[in-house]
Design a protein around this ligand. Structure first.
Ligand code: NG1
Ligand code: ZN
Length: 535
């Protein structure tokens, strides 16, 4: 049974502050110095989750992604690298908010509710990004996992996708679905080998790619990756300072570029330069270049989805790829933040189904599992591609006849290995995009011509109580405060291609306003008017 005394003693060393915690879009996110008790308790919960799932390895990632160094967070990772099952978010929230002395009894109640047998062994792994509060918070997590008698391994500093990779690799080791060698090197080698193989199809010689590491974990990990990538592309790394914590995600990184719609600071760009920004835990990626006339052009998650969906569809058709169920079903999953032009391009030109789901990777991932090739990207550059077993088998069997068909199939096979299917992965996504462009013989400029974005703007609005905002229809309409949506609709109706919606953030204490309209000026006007309505 539960080592009650042990758990209670350790709980008292990690006292809960007077704060209410919620397991949000990406786990618990708060100021790092408020998270000690949460980390300890997530160590306990991870052990329970592992016991529940027949001793499968459960992961925990300590990061606050694109946010500043003061912030931190933790999310639990399920056996195949997916986000923690939603019903357990309630257990997590309950446990995080109980009084210190009640921790053992809350654990017992979760065991009863989930029919968990305490005697089953438990395996847990943890990693963190480069944040200053990381080491201490991992320490608290280890205390929790050990107090509950779990076997726990600390992988030190990892990108978020590396942690997801290792969890999946550990759980599939020795099975037909083996994902790879469960080490950092195994990760580099698997993706790097597939990248070297896929680049043999390349027709484009890219200029040196400038990689912005957001002064976070992506910078050293990308450096470590380089020796595995061959010499088909030359890379140059910037924003790599992980010793000065104030620089993390500060005027650099994927979120800065996406929201500000401009290049990072301390980043040399002249016409013809290609730039790529990672975010602070390297699960988001944004591409950009400067046009000949000096204007900045961004290629975001929507553009990545458009490129991948059109390529996979085209190549599957070219190779006459057939699964037992017929032609592979290629589909895209987006959120309301996707640019309207990208959705129209996918539906009308590529002719693939597009599903809209609420913000948060767990929703996108789940929906993408319904396709043979499920491509999901948030506009902010977070996403990946899921390939069904049937699809992978069919491309490996090489049913093609002409050399062109065989090449298309081999290309698709390599693509399934370059892409980290466990979770959105900035570096792996970057390599996949470069491989596809090289295969097509395209430049960033040509990629940018797939469709023309509708001008758009995102604003953060600080409101008294963001929880007063309730949405429906994949977060595209407000139900509460009552009446607000009608006023927003009336504004939207004034603009050609107008679209606007409001939702509370799940990671920051703000409400987000999104607007699109035919011109930059109209879009800005719409965003400000809507912000005024809800303020
Ligand atoms: P919130 O704060 O709930 O909007 C943000 C991003 C999400 C997702 C999470 C997790 C936007 C508009 N929202 O969520 O897409 O990436 O952070 O990091 O970019
Ligand atoms: Zn991130």
């Amino acid at each position: 049974s539960i080592p009650t005394e042990q758990v209670k003693d350790a709980s008292l060393k990690h006292p809960k502050p007077n704060t209410t915690f919620t397991y949000g879009t990406a786990g618990f996110r708060l100021k790092g110095d408020l998270l000690d008790s949460v980390m300890y308790r997530m160590g306990l919960l991870a052990v329970l989750r592992s016991k529940k799932l027949n001793s499968k390895v459960i992961g925990a990632m300590v990061t606050a992604s694109h946010n500043p160094d003061q912030d931190n967070g933790v999310k639990l990772v399920d056996p195949l690298g997916e986000m923690l099952e939603q019903s357990w978010e309630l257990h997590a929230t309950h446990l995080a908010n109980s009084a210190d002395v009640d921790v053992p009894s809350v654990l017992a109640s979760i065991c009863t509710a989930e029919s968990i047998s305490w005697s089953a062994p438990a395996h847990v792994v943890v990693a963190r990004d480069t944040r200053s509060t990381g080491p201490k918070l991992v320490g608290a997590f280890l205390d929790g996992a050990r107090a509950a008698g779990g076997d726990v391994t600390d992988y030190g500093v990892f990108t978020t996708p590396q942690l997801h990779y290792v969890v999946r690799a550990l759980n599939t080791k020795g099975t037909p679905e083996a994902y790879g060698v469960p080490t950092e090197e195994g990760y580099y080698k698997k993706i790097g080998d597939a990248f070297k193989r896929i680049m043999k199809f390349g027709k484009t010689k890219f200029p040196t790619i400038h990689v912005d590491g957001a002064n976070g974990v992506g910078a050293p990990k990308f450096k470590a990756f380089l020796p595995y990538l061959g010499d088909s592309v030359s890379f140059s790394a910037f924003n790599e300072d992980i010793t000065d914590f104030s620089k993390l995600n500060n005027k650099c990184g994927a979120d800065f570029v996406k929201v500000q719609q401009k290049q990072p600071e301390n980043f040399p760009m002249t016409p013809g330069t290609y730039g790529v920004s990672l975010d602070g835990d390297a699960d988001r990626v944004i591409f950009y270049f400067v046009k000949k006339d000096g204007t900045f052009r961004m290629l975001d998650g929507d553009t990545i989805a458009a490129l991948l969906a059109s390529t996979v569809s085209q190549l599957s058709q070219l190779a006459s790829l057939t699964l037992p169920s017929g032609s592979p079903r290629v589909g895209v999953v987006q959120t309301a933040y996707a640019n309207g032009a990208s959705t129209r391009y996918l539906r009308e030109t590529v002719r693939v189904p597009v599903s809209m789901v609420p913000t948060g990777v767990k929703h996108l991932h789940h929906e993408a599992e319904g396709f043979d090739v499920g491509i999901y990207f948030e506009a902010n550059g977070h996403g990946t591609v899921l390939f069904s077993e049937g699809f992978v088998k069919a491309v490996k069997e090489r049913g093609g006849k002409t050399p062109e068909q065989l090449a298309a199939l081999e290309f698709l096979e390599c693509l399934t290995d370059v892409i980290n299917q466990a979770v959105g992965d900035a570096i792996s996504d970057m390599l996949a995009v470069l491989a596809v462009l090289a295969y097509k013989g395209w430049s960033f400029e040509q990629w940018g011509e797939l469709y023309t974005e509708v001008p758009n703007r995102q604003e953060k609005v600080k409101v008294a109580n963001r929880l007063a905002f309730k949405t429906t229809n994949a977060e595209q309409e407000l139900v509460e405060p009552v009446g607000s949506q009608d006023r927003i609709n009336a504004e939207v109706a004034k603009y050609k291609n107008g679209r606007s919606f409001v939702r509370p953030s799940g990671t920051e204490d703000i409400v987000r306003v999104y607007a699109e309209a035919d011109t930059r000026e109209n879009c800005d006007k719409l965003a400000y008017t809507v912000a005024g309505i809800i303020f």
